[in-house]
Design a protein around this ligand. Structure first.
Ligand SMILES: [Zn+2]
Length: 422
């Protein structure tokens, strides 16, 4: 990539013009071109900025099928009671179609890594491998010990085979849904499974006031300390989606843990949950990543839009900088998934997960501050080129691995079929 504005995300506010050399999926040089490097292909970056690809650290990918279905119900609980019965009818074939379309949308907004909590992960994995991107896939658990044991027995062979895929693009998590849908024993099983297989522990945490109040009423502890008390978090890297309502003690405790909070601003606003005080969290030393949550509570998988909202909401209670927001969506997202040694910044030796943003746009001119431009002015459609492990997944807005038109037709057929099953 020649003569591009590079945002390496290695130190605050740093940007400079230069070249990036890529070979065997890895970054070979950044800045000044290595004279001995012979490029098979040169991409002109003179009208673009080049940055690490975005990381969507919390989603339920295949919920795109339920996009704009049962919107604006009064609470998270009311919405879930409409969604759960539909989810019970989804088949592996439905999930494959949905995942393929969702991955097209994901790449089109500049994301090459997502962290998923959903069902039929083998189907999502197939779509990930076809699409050329990366994912952390959850072994999603609900309910009591018996149902969790059955699910683990049914799924773990396939999940472990996916983790060992030679592409190295799939990692795993144990993903108990939430304290209000899983028993203590399910969380303990999840913890054991995560430790045994070096997987993350991915769960929803303190998303609503009601969740926190109910947990205190039942256990005399807030959700985080309840999970600690039952040993659910011992010895694992934890990924907590939402964390909207964390008290002072929880914030202090989280800052010392091997854990990240995933901020999902669109979902929190749309489901009327609240606003996570991200500026305070950062000041107190918490690790924050950014996610879209499922498309049926967002209602898209657009991480550029998510950066925009995070930046605006961050102004409400503090002073979240544009650079901090971009870092949440890149390096800190990679860190949250345990992938920061591989991706998340532009450095020699890292795998080349990069995006190029077209700056020759009226709404991005003049370019006084590239980080501000990204979070306050840019649109997902400004992402022109996407590379994962050095492979081009989109160039000049054309997807190289995915036929979107066919997938739109298939997804519409799938959804009408799902509705008939009710
Ligand atoms: Zn979620």
């Amino acid at each position: 990539i020649q003569n591009t504005l590079i945002l390496p995300m290695t130190e605050p506010e740093l940007s400079f013009r230069g070249d990036i050399g890529i070979a065997d999926g890895r970054i070979q040089f950044v800045g000044k071109a290595d004279p001995s490097f012979v490029a098979q292909r040169v991409i002109d970056g003179s009208h673009h900025l080049t940055m690490p690809a975005l990381v969507n650290a919390h989603t339920h990918l295949s919920m795109i099928l339920m996009r704009n279905y049962k919107d604006n119900l009064p609470s998270l609980q009311a919405w879930l009671s409409e969604i759960f019965p539909i989810e019970d009818t989804l088949t592996e074939a439905d999930i494959l179609t949905a995942s393929r379309l969702a991955i097209a949308e994901t790449i089109q907004s500049g994301v090459t890594t997502f962290c998923d909590m959903y069902f039929h992960s083998e189907a999502t994995a197939q779509a990930v491998l076809e699409g050329g991107i990366r994912a952390n896939l959850g072994l999603t658990l609900f309910g009591d010990e018996a149902s969790s044991r059955a699910r683990i027995a049914e799924r773990e062979g396939a999940m472990l085979a996916l983790r060992d895929d030679p592409s190295g693009r799939i990692t795993l998590s144990a993903a108990p849904h939430a304290v209000y849908t899983c028993t203590k024993e399910t969380y303990q099983l999840a913890n054991r499974w995560a430790r045994e297989h070096d997987a993350l522990l991915h769960t929803h945490l303190s998303e609503t006031r009601k969740e926190v109040d109910d947990c205190i009423a039942a256990n005399d502890l807030t959700p985080l300390f309840y999970l600690e008390s039952i040993g659910a978090l011992e010895g694992v890297r934890s990924l907590f989606a939402h964390g909207v309502f964390l008290n002072d003690e929880e914030i202090t405790h989280l800052a010392q843990m091997n854990a990240s909070i995933v901020h999902n601003p669109s979902s929190n606003l749309k489901l009327n949950c609240g606003i996570a005080p991200t500026s305070t969290y950062l000041k107190r030393g918490l690790h924050l990543a950014l996610g879209t949550d499922g498309a049926s509570s967002n209602n898209n998988l657009n991480m550029v839009e998510e950066m925009h909202l995070a930046a605006l909401l961050g102004r409400l209670e503090g002073n979240l900088s544009a650079w901090e927001v971009v870092k949440m969506a890149t390096l800190d997202g990679a860190r949250a998934l345990g992938l920061d040694q591989k991706i998340g910044s532009i450095e020699v030796g890292k795998e080349a997960d990069l995006i190029m943003v077209d700056l020759a746009k009226s709404h991005l001119t003049p370019l006084n501050d590239p980080f501000s431009s990204l979070v306050y002015s840019a649109q997902a459609s400004d992402v022109s080129t996407v590379l994962c492990k050095g492979e081009i997944l989109m160039h000049d807005r054309t997807l190289t691995h995915i036929d979107v038109e066919t997938l739109i037709e298939e997804s519409n057929r799938t959804w009408s079929d799902v509705l008939k099953r009710r």
